[in-house]
Design a protein around this ligand. Structure first.
Ligand code: AKG
Ligand code: FE2
Length: 266
């Protein structure tokens, strides 16, 4: 992460890394998402949901992990993922999040001794080219550090009533957009004739866990071990041993241990 990227992420709460995926990677993931939606039987069961199959390249992409290590810390887990195939007129929803939650260990955003400590970080992988008026994710910049609750004068997506701090991005297919979940953001109505095809992964500190996992067990178990490691149990140290055992990726790789339980019962 460059100093300029760090400055921009801290100032605004989001960061675009353009075109980190190759054209082939983008095409393979789009093909997988197309089949998941329209012809799942053409895929093996372990590729019928994200983050399996072609989309597994996103889990531990080096240009993603290096940012996460600087804004979350050296120990990160991936804790949720979903894909969108958003047609014209569809939306995720209005502005949400933002405001004085800096102390919250799940969502909070803090900077201490020159280091960023973000809670949950969402990474949006755009798989089509994005223009400003398409309706990709929008942000109220700076709201991740706001000391007052979000004000109603700044919560509209209506073009006439938008906050001057509402921002979005333009980027080529294969770009990654990072944002702290403490940033006020929205998934507005999609405006383009062709769909928005994207995958949104969520990452957090190894010791915290917000989403119960919904990934089908066959998909998680079908991942290579080094990718399963991002779904290991959320703990830091095991004091049943002396010295204490650290929950590192290296330990997970050595042990014959499954990733976190994907039991779907509530
Ligand atoms: O669909 C979008 O663009 C935003 C999704 C969202 O709100 C989130 O991932 O937290
Ligand atoms: Fe959200």
């Amino acid at each position: 992460m460059t100093d300029e990227e760090k400055f921009r992420f801290d100032l605004t709460g989001f960061l675009v890394r353009p075109a980190i995926l190759s054209k082939d990677e983008v095409n393979d993931i789009v093909d997988q998402l197309d089949r998941i939606r329209h012809n799942p039987e053409s895929l093996p069961p372990e590729h019928r949901a994200v983050p399996g199959g072609a989309s597994s390249v996103l889990i531990d992409h080096p240009k993603v992990i290096d940012v996460l290590h600087e804004i979350i810390g050296p120990d990160v887990r991936m804790e949720s993922t979903f894909s969108v195939w958003r047609k014209k007129g569809q939306e995720h929803g209005g502005l949400h999040g933002g405001g004085p939650r800096q102390g919250d260990p799940i969502f909070g955003y803090r900077v201490n001794n020159g280091r960023i400590h973000a809670g949950m970080v969402r990474v949006v992988f755009e798989l089509t080219d994005i223009s400003k008026n398409d309706g990709a994710t929008h942000f109220i910049v700076g709201s991740h550090k706001s000391n007052f609750p979000m004000h109603s004068d700044h919560m509209s997506l209506d073009p006439e009533k938008r906050s001057p701090y509402l921002m979005t991005y333009e980027c080529p297919a294969g770009s990654a957009i990072f944002f702290t979940e403490n940033l006020c953001h929205a998934g507005p109505v999609w405006q383009r004739e062709t769909p928005r095809i994207a995958i949104l992964n969520a990452y957090a500190h190894l010791a915290t866990h917000w989403h119960r996992l919904r990934i089908p067990p066959e998909v998680l178990n079908g991942l290579p071990k080094e990718k399963q490691a991002y779904f290991r149990e959320p703990w830091i140290a095991d004091f049943r041993t002396s010295p204490a055992t650290r929950n590192t990726i290296e330990r997970f790789m050595e042990k014959d241990e499954p990733p976190i339980n994907t039991d779907h019962s509530p």
